[in-house]
Design a binder for this molecule. Structure first.
Ligand SMILES: Cc1ncc(COP(=O)(O)O)c(C=O)c1O
Length: 491
């Protein structure tokens, strides 16, 4: 930390400065220890900092300004797709008729929101080229898990005992984690020299024990794998299923339908594709779409339209894997996705994908001399450049580049992922950025490549916290500030 680090509320606290004004209670006092055992009272009393309201407002306003956010900075975080969330969607999602309904209301009073969710199920099915949709999962990773549990129920119902899920080595870490949680063995498939699925490795590992192949297409190195149809055929020939990690749908929206590629089931990341808040693994949504043969096993309830035109929640699904989340899913995010899709229309969705790919390729072309891209010199919506040469020749590592970008007013790209690229810089500009922003970012990257390495090793120098010890922070986090501990809060 340096002297620009903001002080905590506990450090700013002064006895007696609290300004809470609580009217006198007209309910007779009951001693606290008549309500709770004394031992509980002693350990749970939290001494709150005492500050005036203005000090608190300034404190949080300043903290919010220290953040980098998509509304204030270019944020090319590959794989995490920080695209702009239109403010219109926020306003629409806050309309009382949408935001204030309660899931325990009688269905007859929820017809508006149920119709919206029913339409969204249909739209997501249409974009996927698949037959049935569940909106329940609350994040992409939970969508993966829900889809794999759906696949497991499908095989169980057919009396088949399949144990393996095949996953390319370029996949997002959530893929093997989901496979494991769903009770499968995760088997790694190598990438070839183009960054695509190594077909020989796939063929040698695919057998009658294979339940699912999880492909990400385009994949995390920003390449579209044209072998997908061949892969689907080989899988279907042996009764296995093809799953699409649909996190990268932003690159192919309205251009290709996963169902037409041979995909049997997939998840969406609406917060990556259809704009919505994204942070720290949520709050998000991870709807899944499946072929008709898998539909009976989807999580329940599903929103249905009865023959009399009334919308209802269908719980009567005896083969369903059950709930994966409370109520109907993360409705606020789903409403934003619905508004975004309806505002764009089919043509707009296709334009999103085309511009996302164009922007990524323009940026790649601007920087590739200094930052080579190991897998091809064209990409889809994102690309992975390598700082390996810079690290070897000048001692400038991906980590230093990330820190140097912060000093130049840019959020860093994703670094050191995927693992198959050494000194990886995974860059995803999204369709939202202007040509000027892309050029400014490219200039910053080129400037960093020519920077004095010693200076870069000190970066960032413009932030309150410069180079925290990230390993120590992860391994031995100190969760309570000493001031707060002194004030009596225990671990
Ligand atoms: C390729 C890929 N798969 C899966 C996920 C997991 O999605 P979520 O963060 O919504 O759990 C991500 C997240 O960004 C991703 O990029």
């Amino acid at each position: 930390m340096n002297d620009k680090a903001p002080r905590l509320l506990f450090e700013k606290s002064r006895p007696g400065r609290g300004t809470d004004v609580i009217p006198r209670s007209d309910v007779p006092d009951r001693p606290l220890d008549s309500l709770l055992p004394a031992s509980e009272l002693a350990s749970n009393l939290v001494p709150l900092p005492e500050l005036g309201e203005l000090d608190v407002v300034r404190h949080y306003t300043r903290l919010s300004q220290l953040n980098m956010a998509i509304d204030s900075h270019f944020y090319p975080l590959g794989s995490c797709t920080m695209k702009y969330n239109p403010k219109r969607n926020e306003r629409l999602a806050s309309l009382p008729g949408l935001a204030s309904v309660h899931p325990y209301q009688d269905e007859s009073t929820l017809q508006g929101i149920l119709e919206l969710l029913y339409d969204l199920q249909g739209i997501l099915g249409e974009i996927a080229g698949l037959d049935a949709v569940s909106l329940q999962p609350a994040a992409g990773a939970q969508g993966e898990l829900a889809a794999l549990l759906t696949a497991a129920a499908y095989f169980r119902d057919r009396g088949e005992k399949r144990t393996k899920v095949l996953i390319p080595d370029s996949a997002h870490g959530t893929n093997p984690a989901s496979a494991h949680l769903a009770g499968f063995d995760a088997v790694t498939i190598k990438s070839d020299s183009r960054g695509l699925v190594d077909m020989a490795d796939f063929m040698s590992k695919h057998d009658d024990q294979t339940a699912v192949f999880m492909i990400t297409n385009p994949n995390t190195v920003g390449r579209f794998d044209p072998q997908v149809v061949e892969i689907a055929r080989a899988l279907h020939d042996r009764g296995s299923l093809l799953y699409l990690d649909g996190a990268n749908m932003n690159a192919i929206l309205g251009v290709v339908r996963p169902g037409d590629m041979g995909v049997d089931l997939m998840h969406y990341n609406p917060h990556k594709t259809f704009s919505g808040p994204h942070g720290g693994g949520g709050p998000g949504a991870g709807p899944i779409a499946v072929r008709a043969s898998l539909a009976p096993y989807l999580p329940a309830p599903i929103v249905v339209k009865r023959s009399d035109g009334v919308f209802a929640l269908d719980y009567d699904r005896p083969k369903s894997i059950g709930r994966t989340r409370s109520f109907f899913g993360n409705v606020g995010v789903l409403v934003r996705a619905y508004c975004y899709i309806r505002a764009q229309g089919p043509e707009g969705l296709r334009r999103i994908a085309e511009h996302a790919v164009l922007n990524a390729n323009y940026l790649l072309a601007l920087i590739k001399e200094e930052y080579p891209v190991p897998f091809g010199d064209r990409c889809m919506h994102e690309f992975v450049a390598s700082a390996r040469g810079l690290a070897r020749d000048r001692g400038i590592r991906a980590f230093d580049i990330a820190k140097g970008l912060i000093d130049r007013g840019f959020h860093p790209p994703t670094v050191y992922f995927p693992l198959i690229v050494s000194e990886a810089l995974m860059i995803e500009p999204t369709e939202c950025e202007s040509r000027e922003t892309l050029e400014e970012f490219a200039r910053a990257l080129l400037e960093i490549a020519a920077e004095d390495p010693e200076k870069l090793h000190e970066a960032p120098v413009t932030t309150p916290v410069c180079r925290p010890d990230e390993v120590a922070a992860a391994r031995s986090p100190i969760l309570i500030h000493p001031e707060a501990s002194r004030a009596g809060i225990e671990r």
